[in-house]
Design a protein around this ligand. Structure first.
Ligand SMILES: [Zn+2]
Length: 931
């Protein structure tokens, strides 16, 4: 799966999540049907995980949805094998009404356990070990009204007609809402799907259509080919009136993009990208894509960003549809990466699957990582490699909290499993893989991946299986970098400089090294002290807030890299102890660790180390790379958080930004400075808040003035333009506001027909929405088909009004789901919460509608976490903290223990301390430093 993205920036939602171990969550079925079970008999199983002695082999599914009554009926015939004699078959089912069931030829009694989401079939005769049986279950249910299971989606045609379709979202534990099944990733089986539909509709599933038979004049039955062996969460089917376009990849796979008929002209970009990317992966992994087709379908209602169902990937419309005239550069980047992500899953996740959800990162960390590897080759103009480091910064934001969790973490019930879909599994997972690639070299890393995928095809894996594949590997090409030793391990040649070694001659023990990154939460802070030619190193656990940092006793195997004022050749050193010393060949003026920000750690330079670097930025900032500059900006503000650096020093560093022109350091600078005035906006700190805003505008004024109001330039220039202009206009920088107003008036006079440059639209709409009349005009366009590509931009602009009634209207409509789709409600709530006029409204809305929001988005989901943290992470007062604790403390246990709530509380506590400590110093610094 891929997370949804707010319109405001190209970065993913940076609101982090944290962990808390949940008790056994009991998800009550509230609405809809229930199993027709016998409730008097005791249920013969009491665990969340299914017993292992009944194993499914092949599902034969017949699904018959009725889009008018919004119900469906089904028959599941499951071939299975029994490894231990038993009289019961336990499998998953949720909100299914079982009409009849049989084991073999004998009718079976059916029991239901709602809390465990399980069904038990009681056979009249025992099933014998070593034998195969077929169980058959006939059932019916409602199409789900949420975004998971077999759910209903709707859209309006240009003429205003409401059309209904039905689609599936099963990951992680929702296949059980569509058919009874062994709904755990290790129970892989084949699937033969048949779907009944009206002749006017079209049905899609994982495999190609084999034949269609007529049942009666109003009903036909599609038979899909039998799938490869796969997990239940990857099954998919869609019944709709979609249209498609297709191409054949150079490896002979038929690739198609499906959308609602009126948007099919926006499908070309995705189709071409998918063809290129699928070809790339087949070559890169040296493993053919095993299915004859790959469909990409844009679903009008979709909670996450996209889903990797094998052969039928599904997407939010904004994650797939692209209009070369109207779409912004950032949406091109996002669409390309999300397709790259889902197609990478066809190997990482689908072909080789994690044994259990505790190792979800094996799916998601890899898919995130592969986005960069593949798009870098297939779409070099996007320069994706530049954006990698922000993911690591986002991950560190969550991972620095006490309530974070190791990448590999035990989980059991559905809410805990859903909580694994967070920045730690996705972003941190991909960052530590990138660090490992940098450590092993590209060739060794790739050879290890290929070996892993080949060895475990159609199977399930654990963490250590990956490390073992990486250990005994030597690349077949590029052997100049490493060589095969007689003991079967690869060693890297000692590099020329005496201190350039990774390993001190030891073998590369990948498992030992990576265990320190996957089995411990958090990340290290490396403190560097230079004494002449000696560089003293010390590592400790970086933790926000509490005084507790360094108290955990954690230690990491850190592949350190550095450059110095004397040499820009990257030097390498594997640090495996708490302290160590590097001896340089000569004394240096400055040293910069974590070159290009490839490592998942932050660095503190003791004594005058930072002064030298700040000076370097001031005198000659291009001496180090864009990413190195961005990482210095990030690291110094992280050090302020744990009192290692005064805020004034961090502000001193930002002064160089006056001459910065590159997107990553500019956005990183904003990313550190903007949240500070956002905290002040929610308190009575008008003067300092105003001064800080003026400071930031002045810092970037030259760059803002230089921006063209057009779509010219490279993708990164265009994305920088979009961010800068929106920022400048929202800070009421007059030249920007004047220009945006001029555009808005012209656009309004043309009744919206004037074509605005795609990358300046956000700023123009945002300024237009500041008047009541402009806001109403934007809303009238939002409702039109011709503005479908601009919907997320308009939503953002509408949420920037200062008018409280309008903000409340947006929240209410988002929940209602008619004019504004409920899939966008999480973004709307967070936008309103960031608005100084809206943060009270957002909090009240969340409290009043908690139950409804949970019902819609599911307990433990990333959407719910994004709302909770997005609404509260700019609070920095004790009364605000008390309010938040009081509300979440009043909820029932399974809600109150969500890790996003722990994280929200920790973040507010940290903000309080931060403001207490730094506010006066910022005030003083701003008074002294005029640009
Ligand atoms: Zn994914």
């Amino acid at each position: 799966m891929a997370a949804p993205r707010p319109a405001a920036s190209f970065r993913g939602p940076s609101d982090p999540l944290v962990s808390v171990v949940l008790g056994l969550a009991v998800v009550a079925s509230s609405v809809g049907g229930s199993l027709g079970g016998d409730s008097s008999a005791p249920f013969p199983w009491d665990r969340v995980r299914l017993p292992g002695h009944v194993v499914p082999l092949h599902y034969h599914l017949l699904i018959h949805p009725n889009l008018t009554t919004q119900t469906f009926s089904g028959t599941a015939a499951i071939d299975l094998t029994v490894t231990r004699q038993t009289s019961t078959v336990i499998l998953h089912g949720k909100r299914l009404h079982v009409a009849w069931a049989a084991v073999g030829a004998q009718e079976a009694r059916v029991l239901e356990h709602r809390a465990l989401e399980q069904v038990a079939l009681l056979a009249t005769e025992p099933l014998r070990a070593g034998h195969n049986y077929t169980v058959t279950i006939q059932y019916a249910a409602n199409l789900s009204d949420s975004f998971h299971g077999f759910y209903k989606s709707t859209y309006r045609t240009q003429e205003g007609e409401l059309r209904v379709l039905a689609a599936t979202q099963f990951e992680p534990t929702f296949a059980r809402m569509a058919f009874p099944c062994f709904d755990e990733p290790a129970f892989k089986a084949r699937f033969s799907v048949r779907i009944r539909r009206e002749p006017k509709h079209l049905a899609l599933s994982n495999m190609p259509l084999m034949k269609t038979v007529s049942i009666n004049p109003w009903l036909v039955e599609d038979h899909f080919d039998t799938s490869v062996k796969m997990s239940t969460y990857l099954v998919a089917f869609i019944i709709s009136d979609f249209k498609s376009i297709s191409k054949i990849s150079s490896h002979g796979v038929k690739i198609s993009v499906y959308t609602v008929p009126e948007k099919i002209h926006q499908a070309d970009y995705a189709l071409d990208a998918a063809v290129k990317l699928l070809d790339f992966y087949e070559d890169y992994f040296s493993i053919s894509y095993p299915l004859p087709k790959q469909d990409l379908a844009a679903i009008p209602d979709f909670q996450s960003g996209a889903m990797e169902n094998w052969g039928l990937t599904t997407y939010r419309e904004s994650a797939l549809l692209y209009d070369p005239e109207k779409s912004s550069a950032s949406s091109r980047l996002w669409i390309t990466m999300i397709i790259a992500h889902e197609l990478a899953h066809q190997w990482f996740g689908n072909l080789v699957t994690m044994e259990w959800w505790n190792d979800l990162w094996l799916n998601e960390g890899f898919a995130k990582f592969m986005e960069f590897v593949s798009v870098n080759v297939t779409h070099p103009e996007l320069k994706v490699e530049d954006y990698f480091l922000t993911r690591c910064f986002d991950a560190m934001e969550v991972d620095a909290l006490n309530s974070s969790h190791p990448v590999s973490t035990p989980v059991e019930d559905p809410a805990q499993i859903l909580e694994m879909f967070d920045d730690v599994s996705y972003e941190k997972g991909s960052c530590i893989l990138n660090m490992l690639r940098d450590y092993l070299t590209d060739d060794v890393f790739k050879a290890g991946l290929v070996q892993y995928l080949q060895k475990y095809s159609y199977q399930n894996t654990k963490n250590e299986d990956l490390w073992d594949s990486m250990t005994n590997i030597c690349p077949t090409v590029g052997t100049d970098k490493s060589e095969h030793q007689s003991d079967g391990f690869c060693r890297r040649n000692q590099q020329s400089s005496s201190n350039a070694h990774w390993t001190k001659g030891a073998t590369l023990d990948v498992r030992e090294m990576m265990n320190t990154w996957t089995l411990q939460k958090g990340f290290p802070l490396v403190t560097v002290t230079v004494r002449g030619k000696n560089v003293h190193l010390q590592q400790e656990h970086y933790m926000k807030g509490a005084e507790s940092h360094s108290s955990t006793g954690y230690s990491w195997h850190i592949p350190l890299t550095y450059i110095t004022s004397k040499s820009d050749a990257v030097q390498r050193f594997l640090m495996t102890t708490k302290t160590d010393v590097i001896i340089l060949p000569e004394e240096v003026e400055w040293i910069k660790f974590n070159v290009y920000s490839n490592g998942y750690y932050i660095v503190h330079y003791e004594d005058d180390g930072w002064d030298h670097l700040i000076n370097l930025l001031k005198e000659n900032h291009t001496a180090i790379s864009n990413n190195d500059r961005a990482s210095l900006i990030n690291n110094i503000f992280q050090l302020v958080r744990i009192k290692k650096m005064p805020i004034s020093k961090a502000f001193d560093l930002t002064l160089y930004l006056k001459r910065e022109t590159q997107i990553m350091p500019v956005l990183q600078g904003m990313n550190e400075l903007v949240p500070i005035y956002k905290l002040m906006e929610k308190r009575d700190m008008d003067d300092t808040e105003k001064q800080l805003k003026e400071y930031i505008v002045k810092l970037f004024k030259d760059l803002i003035d230089k921006q063209l109001w057009s779509d010219d330039g490279s993708v990164s220039e265009r994305m920088l333009r979009q961010s800068l202009l929106l920022f400048a206009c929202m800070r009421r920088y007059q030249p920007c506001v004047d220009k945006a107003e001029e555009y808005f008036v012209k656009w309004q006079k043309s009744n919206g027909t004037l074509s605005l440059p795609a990358d300046v639209k956000t700023a123009v709409y945002a300024v237009g929405a500041q008047t009541s009349e402009g806001w109403d005009f934007l809303l009238s366009k939002y409702r039109l088909h011709s503005f479908s590509i601009d919907k997320s931009k308009i939503e953002l602009a509408l949420s920037l009004t200062r008018n409280k009634d309008k903000l409340q209207w947006l929240l209410d409509q988002g929940l209602r789901g008619d004019i504004i789709k409920t899939q966008d409600l999480p973004h709307i709530i967070v936008y309103v919460a960031r608005n100084p006029s809206g943060y009270h409204l957002a909090w009240t809305f969340l409290k009043e509608n908690w139950e409804k929001v949970v019902e819609k988005f599911e307990l433990g989901s990333n959407s719910l976490a994004a709302i909770v943290t997005g609404v509260t992470n700019q609070y920095s007062t004790r009364p605000q903290l008390a309010q938040v604790k009081e509300f979440f403390g009043s909820l029932e246990e399974k809600s109150a223990q969500l890790r996003c709530i722990q994280q929200a509380i920790e973040t507010i506590e940290d903000n309080i301390q931060w403001m207490d400590r730094n506010f006066e110093d910022i005030k003083t610094w701003l008074q002294k430093n005029h640009l």
